[in-house]
Design a protein around this ligand. Structure first.
Ligand code: CTP
Ligand code: MG
Length: 258
């Protein structure tokens, strides 16, 4: 595996002053059903590194992130730790814990397992390998003011809201439509409490047909806090289906230093 230990730590070299403790909760506990194949999506190998290690490397190298927790499928904790060490990315990784049945339960497990000082939590899907440091910095700047912010990009496509029969109900103004990504970043106490409430009322949400697909939703439902949208980049794709692998290869080729 590629050794990444030679990457520079920004806290050591720039005018950067770290004031807060920021924990990354890196989600890698999914089943990768839409990707299919024998190897779970998060472990698929790209140029000698498993997919989950790409965003881990960026976060490891970013001085804003002080601590890292990774969620993995139950039983994979040791296997994942070995991969993290083999990539030379273990220095901030405090815990590797098992995730839950759905993404939201993995996040909840991760938040509950943080037992070190923490001001802000960055929740990131390991299925988004190309998160850029600039976006992390922007998010950090915004969360200090707003307590809740999410990475995203303005939609390039027109979006339609459908009715239950598959007809167009209405068309939101494209200017107001954002495609939401991760990281999603929050004050630690607020997001932990919001997730506790979400888990306690999960059955109720299900009965109402509410599917919790991101972290901002939990804040929207269970706190009075407004969530700020922060521009990330169109390259911060989520690797979801086999077609996405073409984009991953193209992106890796483009950024190759060979
Ligand atoms: N994830 C998780 N725990 C779950 C489900 C998802 O930690 N129970 C993580 C995935 O590993 C992924 C991120 O959440 O990094 C976003 O999920 P998604 O892209 O949907 O990945 P999978 O759930 O693995 O894929 P699929 O839905 O196709 O099964
Ligand atoms: Mg999923």
């Amino acid at each position: 595996m590629k050794d990444l230990t030679d990457q520079k730590d920004l806290t050591d070299q720039k005018d950067y002053k770290q004031e807060d403790r920021c924990t990354l909760v890196l989600l890698a506990a999914g089943k990768g059903l839409r990707m299919g194949g024998d190897t779970r999506k998060q472990y698929m190998n790209f140029k000698g590194m498993p997919l989950f290690a790409y965003s881990l490397a960026t976060m490891d190298n970013c001085g804003i992130i002080t601590d890292i927790l990774i969620t993995v499928p139950e039983g994979d904790e040791e296997f994942c730790r070995e991969m993290v060490e083999a990539c030379g990315l273990g220095r901030k990784v405090r815990k590797i814990v098992s995730g839950g049945k759905e993404r939201c339960f993995s996040v909840h497990n991760g938040l509950q397992a943080i037992d070190w000082p923490c001001d802000y939590v960055f929740i990131h899907d390991s299925a988004r390998p190309f998160i850029e440091e600039q976006a992390i910095r922007r998010l950090y700047d915004e969360v200090k003011t707003h307590k809740a912010c999410v990475a995203g990009v303005p939609s390039k496509d027109t979006v339609k809201i459908a009715d239950s029969e598959g007809f167009v109900k209405n068309t939101p103004n494209r200017r107001d439509v954002w495609i939401i990504q991760t990281p999603q970043v929050f004050g630690f106490e607020m997001i932990r409490k919001a997730y506790e409430e979400m888990v306690a009322s999960y059955d109720d949400l299900q009965r109402k047909g509410v599917i919790v697909t991101d972290d901002a939703m939990v804040v929207e439902y269970f706190t009075g806090c407004k969530v700020k949208l922060v521009m990330a980049s169109y390259s911060n794709i989520k690797v979801t289906t086999p077609e996405d692998l073409v984009t991953v290869s193209a992106y890796l080729k483009e950024n190759s230093d060979e």
